[in-house]
Design a binder for this molecule. Structure first.
Ligand code: PBE
Length: 270
């Protein structure tokens, strides 16, 4: 029944991901901003994998569901879903994925820094890498294949980058699909140039803290200005934004396309 209230049908629940994600903090702001608090809407903490499997189940039975969603990600390729309009721009207008390093990385390792300044791809290239990993490929194998298939991009990114001669690069990432993709691709390119690259998976907060205190060098997965904004604000005096590595990112809420009457976050209240 399309006239029935949506809230009760989805138990006034937005299905979210891991608590440390920026999209979760933004969604916590969305609930009061759109008057959903009065209706007792809640954000359920979960994980990307659990959220996607709930989404898949709902779609199978054509049930309503509201999820946190972002692009680039394979969920938009795999599931018939649409972003809800966010007229209050709580999720931000134009997000970009940025590379962020510790202060001093440029001075200590100008070669690797130059590479990260030149590394920028797009949601299409990134999406293909993510989709391979989603289908079960090992992320390092996918990275090696990407390098083989895109010699021109790799040549642009490594132009003028000197040989590493075993110089250390300590990368950090959170195990989100986009970060797994970009971390493995950049790490592999630098390894091929002779750098000694380590990649460490951690939660978002420790990731920023370790870059800020200099126990890690760099991450390729800062979603700015909004999604990783609170962490950036906290550490901005100790970190350096190196470059935008992927423009045109987007963060928000999404629902299956068959939820024809729900097109804006404002429609959740109805
Ligand atoms: N994400 C994907 C992350 C960043 C990468 C949008 C789920 C977040 O902090 O929300």
């Amino acid at each position: 029944d399309s006239k029935a209230k949506l809230g009760p049908q989805v138990h006034t629940t937005i299905t979210g991901i891991d608590a440390g994600a920026g999209i979760m903090s933004s969604t916590q702001k969305v609930i009061p901003a759109y008057g959903l608090k009065e209706q007792n809407w809640q954000l359920q903490t979960s994980s990307t994998a659990a959220m996607c499997s709930q989404l898949q189940k709902s779609i199978k039975y054509k049930q309503p569901i509201v999820v946190t969603a972002w692009q680039p990600h394979w969920m938009f390729k795999k599931y018939p879903i649409k972003f809800l309009k966010d007229p209050k721009n709580i999720y931000g207008k134009a997000e970009e994925i940025k590379t962020v390093s510790r202060k001093g990385f440029e001075k200590d390792n100008p070669g690797a820094y130059k590479f990260f300044q030149q590394f920028h791809w797009n949601s299409n290239l990134m999406g293909n890498v993510m989709y391979q990993n989603f289908k079960g490929a090992d992320p390092q194998t996918t990275a090696k294949q990407f390098i083989k298939d895109h010699p021109q991009q790799v040549a642009e990114w490594t132009k003028g980058v000197p040989d590493g001669n075993g110089k250390k690069v300590r990368m950090t990432y959170v195990t989100w699909d986009d970060a797994i993709a970009s971390t493995n691709v950049t790490a592999q390119i630098l390894r091929d140039k002779g750098y000694n690259v380590t990649i460490s998976a951690m939660e978002a907060q420790p990731q920023w803290a370790s870059i800020a205190r200099g126990s890690a060098d760099v991450t390729t997965s800062a979603w700015l200005p909004t999604t990783s904004g609170p962490l950036y604000q906290k550490f901005k005096n100790q970190v350096q934004v190196v470059a935008t590595n992927c423009p045109g990112a987007k963060v928000g809420l999404a629902v299956p396309k068959y939820m024809k009457n729900v097109n804006s976050i404002e429609d959740l209240k109805k």
